[in-house]
Design a protein around this ligand. Structure first.
Ligand code: S3P
Length: 454
């Protein structure tokens, strides 16, 4: 990636402080969707011809996917801000990397690439940062072994690992034990190299960016409802010819959630977030905020490729506590840290259920949220797979030092909370924010927020 933005390795932890200040006003465009950006690079690499991407997230997670693809023999180049070109090599056309593939903080990068590599008969060695090396990989390794790939991992299926892709990948029918778009996508990517139909059955629908993008590139992907009670099956026709396409990546609703929440909390705020992806499998937070009494209007502005987008206009609102049922979790799985900050300021008790998966995200998010809220003077109960948060209808005391635990969303959620707490909130390390939202502090301060180095 000769034209990639210069990457400066963070010299060490970069503490940030957020404090009460002026209201947030204005318009902003959040960075490109992280899930779609990873997929655009990978599917572009497996297509034949040159894929042009606009609005790619230039966060560390996605840049690491680009670097990994380069090591696998794909030409990936930057032509301008957010504008990238990928010279696809076709399915099966990747070549053995001569060095370790390092996915940094990115579970999506590592797991999806394992699926891509499961159908390439060579050896790859993968690693990541301290957070990623703790995260479970068996959920992808198990189905990919059925496809025919071989793995040697650390205890418990952790990175670093070595894998050898299958010379003759087998199309599988796989029932996901948990709703996970990463596992679903890894199996579908492996299925691209296999003859016949690969079938993934989900207990609950999870984000479908892989299915939509594969179709956009010419693959046959069907959804069959009713394979089992409440389940649905995704069926991929194997060995398609993927044709290079043009992709416009919508803004990431999971990043938009932070300025949106800040505007809800800080009295007098009014903010418009432009061109946000509103794929219905990602908008659980908007449903939940509606139930809490938030004033958010959506002006649909069409589609970019297969993905719906809209401008979101949000005004400061008095919020009430909410019960978020377990079934909604897959549609807002990354939004619980910021929802917890909102619940801490709302009137009444909030309860979030069915969140065992949060224990294996970039950090143990249930613990990180509970510890952070306690440090800010909020009454919170950490359940095995959920949270109960007591909101008092006014901002909590704050004043805490928050441990970000290498987790971008924990860092951003508590910085947003610090915009309304009585005392400022300090996050011990803001550097992980660069994985998904490199200009977070700039965007927030332009809207009026007070966030600065501590
Ligand atoms: C993602 C899926 C989700 C989500 C992650 C991105 C994806 O993970 O938490 O941030 O791009 O497929 P799971 O598949 O583990 O639920």
């Amino acid at each position: 990636m000769p034209h990639a933005p210069a990457v400066t390795e963070p010299a060490g932890p970069a503490p940030l402080r957020a404090k009460r200040g002026s209201r947030l006003v204005g318009e902003a465009t959040v960075p490109g969707d992280k899930s779609i950006s990873h997929r655009a690079l990978m599917i572009g690499a497996l297509a034949v011809g040159e894929t042009r991407i606009e609005g790619l997230l230039e966060g560390e997670d996605v840049l690491n996917t680009g670097r990994a693809l380069e090591k696998l023999g794909v030409e990936v180049g930057r032509t301008g801000p957010g504008a990238w070109r990928v010279h696809g090599v076709g399915i099966g056309g990747l070549t053995e990397p001569s060095d370790v593939l390092d996915f940094g903080n990115a579970g999506t990068g590592a797991r999806l690439m394992m699926g891509v590599l499961a159908g390439h008969a060579f050896t790859s060695i993968m690693t990541g940062d301290a957070s990623l090396r703790r995260r479970p990989m068996n959920r992808v390794i198990e189905p990919l072994r059925e496809v025919g790939a071989r793995f040697v991992t650390r205890e418990g299926g952790r990175l670093p690992l070595a894998m050898v892709g299958a010379a003759n990948p087998i199309p599988i029918r796989y029932r996901l034990p948990v709703a996970s778009a990463q596992v679903k996508s890894a199996v579908l990517f492996a299925g691209l190299s296999a003859p016949g139909e690969t079938i993934v059955i989900e207990p609950e629908p999870s984000r479908d960016h892989t299915e939509l993008m594969l179709r956009h590139f010419g693959a046959r992907v069907e959804v069959r409802a009713g394979e089992g009670k409440g389940e649905h099956a995704i069926v991929l026709g194997g060995q398609p010819e993927l044709e290079a396409r043009h992709i416009r990546v919508p803004g990431d609703i999971s990043s938009a959630a932070f300025p949106l929440a800040a505007a809800l909390l800080v009295p007098g705020s009014e903010v418009t977030l432009r061109n946000v992806g509103i794929n219905p499998l990602r908008t659980g937070l908007l449903d939940t905020l509606g139930e809490m009494g938030a004033t958010i209007s959506m002006e649909t502005s069409g589609r970019t490729g297969a993905e719906p987008v809209a401008d979101l206009r949000v005004r400061a609102s008095a919020l009430k506590g909410v019960h978020v049922p377990a079934e909604r979790a897959p549609r807002m799985i990354d939004e619980y840290p910021i929802l917890a900050a909102l619940a801490a300021c709302a009137e009444g008790t909030s309860r979030f259920d069915g969140l065992a998966e949060l224990r294996v995200k970039e950090s143990d998010r249930l613990a990180a949220i509970a510890n952070g809220l306690k440090a800010c003077g909020v009454a919170v109960e950490e359940l095995k797979d959920g949270l109960i948060i007591e909101g008092r209808g006014r901002p909590p005391a704050g004043g805490g030092m928050i441990e970000a635990k290498l987790d971008h969303r924990i860092a951003m959620a508590f910085l947003v909370l610090g915009l309304v707490t009585v005392q400022p909130v300090v996050v011990d390390d803001g550097s992980p924010i660069a994985t998904s939202f490199p200009d977070f502090v700039l965007l927030m301060t332009r809207l009026g927020a007070s966030i600065e180095p501590a």
